[in-house]
Design a protein around this ligand. Sequence first.
Ligand SMILES: Nc1ncnc2c1ncn2[C@@H]1O[C@H](COP(=O)(O)OP(=O)(O)O)[C@@H](O)[C@H]1O
Ligand SMILES: O=P(O)(O)O[C@H]1O[C@H](CO)[C@@H](O[C@H]2O[C@H](CO)[C@@H](O)[C@H](O)[C@H]2O)[C@H](O)[C@H]1O
Length: 463
Amino acid sequence: MSGAGEAYPDEVLVADLREWLPHQRWFAAKGQTIEDVEVVLRNAVVDEGDLAADHLLVRVSFTSAPAQIYQVPLGFRRRTVDELQQWAITGPDGPAGRSLFVYDGLRDQEILDRYAHSLATGGTHGTLELHHVPGSTIEEGLRGRALNAEQSNTSVVLGEQLLLKLFRRVTLGVNPDVELPLALGESGCRSIAPIRAWIEAEIDGVRTTLAMVQDFAANSADGWSMALGSVRDLMIEGDLRADEVGTDFAGESHRIGAAVADVHAHLASALGSSERPAVELAGEMTARLEAAAAEVPDLAEPAGAVRAAFEQVASLGRIPVHRIHGDLHLGQVLRTPERWLVIDFEGEPAKSLEERRRPDSPLRDVAGMMRSFDYAAHHSVDEGESTEVSSQRGFRAKEWAERNCAAFCEGYAAAAGLDPRESNVLLRAYELDKAVYEVVYEARNRPSWLRLPLDAIRRLTED
Ligand SMILES: Nc1ncnc2c1ncn2[C@@H]1O[C@H](COP(=O)(O)OP(=O)(O)O)[C@@H](O)[C@H]1O
Ligand SMILES: O=P(O)(O)O[C@H]1O[C@H](CO)[C@@H](O[C@H]2O[C@H](CO)[C@@H](O)[C@H](O)[C@H]2O)[C@H](O)[C@H]1O
């Protein structure tokens, strides 16, 4: 193919992306009206025979929200390929004037082979810079397979050894998902998947992270799936307590607590710790609540009680802070045959990079896990069930969540020497702050899950 750029110029490309982007799981601006799409980087990856691929970054501007940058590697072929049809962006059987089949390039084996080759070589490829972590090498010929998981980013397993994660929404600057694992790796933390390489480019004059490569934990299971298995077994055995079911999760929760404490200790020693006025933290929580309540009407009723919980934080003086994970939940911990690993240090996708890099209390991460135990427990208690059954299952769910929250805190305390439950006012405020964030997240992404954080806010403000 002689240059996809000629056959598929920027002005045609952006018109098609304008239609396609809002339907992608990783598109963070659901519900916003797109004003314009503009190409900020277009770098050829391959252009041979029937195949071309471009590494593409686009800036999407909206009528009533700040612009966002997205990373969209594209594949181009002269004919439609059946296996790639579900990833199609357009033609050639699509709208008039589109002579190429255009699709999400990370789904094409041949294109992934090119990325794997460039990663093995390292160095500069057009406007992209590929860096290896000192002491790490990437072997040639690793075959890629994209994970189908519905995630914020797109991950590709390379040769069952490495995981390439390409950030979909790109924020100008260094992504904490590279910054923190690099620091943790250097300080000898073993509770993470070591980072091996990253890709960056200069965007708007700022050195910006585009992707990272870390060790792939083969034979691992994520905490969310394991926890759901445990809850499912408990629900089947309606007359057994959580500690009597074979898949009791409390031992694992204890170990997850210890792994999170290990990560916190290394983050504090590698990147320093300090203090922040509690009144400032309380102000940030309240501001988030007001913004969330303006977006989701269901928050109007509990908002008063949540505000009161945040006001209690304001009187706590100064709070010890250091860099933290920032978006910890059961899906961010992986059980390998040897240990639990903490992954995905990007922070909450809705926050600015500056906010995500700001030191915060480790209790924010602990609260993230408390919320996740609550999600796992209540997710299978269906609203539509008969009152009698659902109250029995509701009782079991509450018991499971309390048991695992306690085990996590005990594991954390055993490793850190400090039990998070001793800071109950601050911990509850962080749980509420996370639940408020989840209300917005679910309203935008999974409206049928909205009841989970809303019920939790009710429970947390009732006690
Ligand atoms: N190092 C790893 N080894 C094995 N699987 C991983 C690894 N990192 C992530 N995963 C899997 O990929 C999924 C997505 O990873 P994550 O970092 O959470 O991506 P995202 O930023 O898109 O949410 C995880 O739920 C996990 O199942
Ligand atoms: O994993 P991401 O970084 O994309 O995090 C976002 O998506 C999560 C859902 O996948 C969301 O987590 C919420 O749902 C989880 C169950 O699916 C639950 O375990 C978490 O406790 C709950 O917060 C996360 O908040 C969001 O940032």
